[in-house]
Design a protein around this ligand. Structure first.
Ligand code: CMC
Length: 434
């Protein structure tokens, strides 16, 4: 195959190099397009645009493949360990036993929040969305750790990464405790990442929460399945903010905001609301699917479809298996699981979904698992954020380490009025026109 692409524009033609990734993905390198031809490309939603080269995560959406640093996601299923995956994504290789122990110990040591920061929670109303609190408090962290603004070397970066990964779960737990009017529970120095989070969420001052190993493994798996997904909306946001050389905390706080939307991380809440709506008798699964196909209804089958996956999302398959196993193990009978299964059955046989290659995505079953564990619905997207944080950090650092990194600044095609004169206020009509 040719290693260059030719663009013919009128009488002129221009050649652009073809780049190839390690898995054979091909891209036309158009960095010189505007300088050579005066044209730009237009690609709303960026479905055909590569924003960077990255060595962190590989997805083949046609074949349902997801690999972290080359390792198939399925290989983390047997002994799920979120901390190990966080290290892998950020530092590029599986941790040695010593690296793992040191990182896990750092995560435990950094878990506490400055007492000053704790008082910030009081300023939020009880009803505040936990994603708003999470984003604000990640930004606030930078005020308490200004020494981590300049991350010029790998050692300082490692400390900052550990701080952020550790403290995000304390912030999340405190946001939940505040919303319920419960006392804050300090992190426990002898508990590892997931049990410590569940302790801060569910312990009482007079009764410590005991973490069931089945729950610990399920939460580890949920978190690690969310840990990275290459250039998704929130990760691209983190990269975009970071490209202006904004600090790690500010960039990740922006990532939280991007994740919040119902087409991205907020979909796990929307899935639960959809299942509850069906359960409470407003609609049957068949009626809901009919509505989701009707373009006038504005309804979508939440937890279905993906920009990249055009076959099964491997994460959805693994989470469906966990839901099947976990609920009986915990003695939970959740009618929403039956409804989800029925919706999946109907959609997978319906030509509308088959033709558009719409399959269950990561959000379809994650909420049922989180609900069985006792995580309230409004905390689902926060759980996604805790999981996605190592990916954001890995991408922020990869970009910061790339030489010749440029500020992200797309162009546009202007479609507004041509040059026109300002009419003085006194001469304008009621609607502001002369
Ligand atoms: N229900 C009904 N129709 C759908 C759905 C759905 N869930 N998803 C896509 N379609 C239709 C859409 O109407 C369009 O139809 P047509 O070609 O007739 O106009 C076609 O499928 C292509 O959809 P699109 O919106 O152009 O595809 P996209 O790649 O821009 O959007 C998506 C991907 C995930 C935003 C979309 O599938 C969606 O809205 N899904 C529901 C929300 C959801 O579950 N989001 C979580 C995504 S996975 C986790 C994450 O990344 O955060």
């Amino acid at each position: 195959m040719s290693d260059a692409a030719t663009l013919i524009l009128g009488d002129a033609s221009y050649r652009f190099p073809i780049l190839e990734g390690t898995e054979g993905e091909r891209a036309i390198d158009i960095r010189t397009l505007r300088a050579k031809s005066g044209c730009i490309t237009l690609d709303p939603g960026y479905a055909n645009t590569g924003s960077c080269e990255s060595a962190i995560t590989f997805i083949d959406g046609e074949r349902g493949i997801l690999r972290y640093r080359g390792i198939p996601i399925e290989q983390f299923e047997q002994a799920p360990n979120f901390v190990e995956v966080a290290w892998l994504l950020i530092f590029g290789h599986l941790p040695s036993p010593q690296e793992y122990e040191a990182f896990a110990a750092d995560l435990t040591a950094c878990a506490n929040l400055d007492e000053g920061m704790k008082h910030h929670f009081e300023g939020f109303p009880r009803s505040a969305p936990p994603m708003a609190i999470l984003s604000a408090m990640i930004n606030a962290l930078s005020c308490f750790h200004p020494e981590l603004f300049e991350l010029e070397d790998a050692d300082r970066f490692r400390v900052a990464a550990a701080r952020l990964i550790s403290k995000i779960r304390t912030i999340a737990a405190y946001a939940y405790r505040h919303s319920r009017g419960l006392p804050y529970i300090y992190p426990h120095p002898e508990l590892r990442y997931v049990p410590n989070f569940l302790h801060m969420m569910f312990s009482q001052p007079y009764a410590q929460h005991v973490c069931d190993p089945v729950v610990r493994d399920a939460v580890n798996l949920v978190l690690l399945l969310h840990a990275d997904h290459e250039q998704n909306c929130s990760t691209s946001t983190v990269r975009m903010v970071g490209s202006s050389q904004a600090n790690l905390f500010a960039s990740c706080a922006a990532g939280v905001c991007a994740l919040w939307g119902p087409l991205h991380g907020g979909a796990n809440v929307a899935v639960l609301e959809m299942l509850e709506q069906i359960h409470h008798g407003h609609l049957s699964p068949e009626e809901y699917v009919r509505l989701a196909k009707d373009k006038d209804s504005k309804v979508r089958l939440m937890g279905f479809g993906h920009r990249v996956y055009k076959s099964f999302d491997p994460r959805a398959r693994m989470l469906a298996n966990v839901a099947e196993r976990l609920l009986p193990q915990l003695g939970v009978r959740d009618p929403l699981l039956q409804i989800a299964r029925r919706l999946e059955e109907i959609a997978l046989e319906d030509p509308y979904f088959v033709e558009r290659k719409l399959y269950p995505n990561v959000d379809f079953y994650s909420g049922i698992i989180l609900r069985a564990i006792g995580i309230p619905t409004n905390m689902f997207t926060v759980m996604f954020a805790i999981g996605r944080l190592p990916g954001w950090i890995a991408h922020w650092w990869e970009q910061a380490q790339t030489s010749g990194n440029k500020i992200a600044r797309p162009r546009q095609i202007y479609v507004g009025p041509l040059e026109t004169d300002r009419v003085p206020l006194s001469e304008r009509g009621e609607l502001g026109t002369a």
